[in-house]
Design a protein. Structure first.
Length: 66
């Protein structure tokens, strides 16, 4: 069971990756060159977080959640 602090931390991580993906698609903020070198890792971690979110949503809706 997740505590409130863990949920807040996970929400923060999801928001950071979501903003990065939105910015990479739309390009409204110029990113420093440092992010170009770690772009593959950010995409990999973001994909894993999306999968975790999908499974979490399925599990909660299946057992009377959302």
């Amino acid at each position: 069971m997740m505590t409130r602090g863990n949920r807040t931390l996970l929400l923060f991580v999801y928001l950071i990756f979501a903003l990065y993906f939105i910015n990479s698609a739309l390009g409204f903020i110029a990113m420093p060159g440092f992010f170009d070198s770690i772009d593959k890792w950010i995409t990999l971690i973001g994909g894993i977080l999306i999968l975790i979110g999908g499974f979490s949503y399925y599990r909660s809706s299946r057992y009377g959640g959302m």
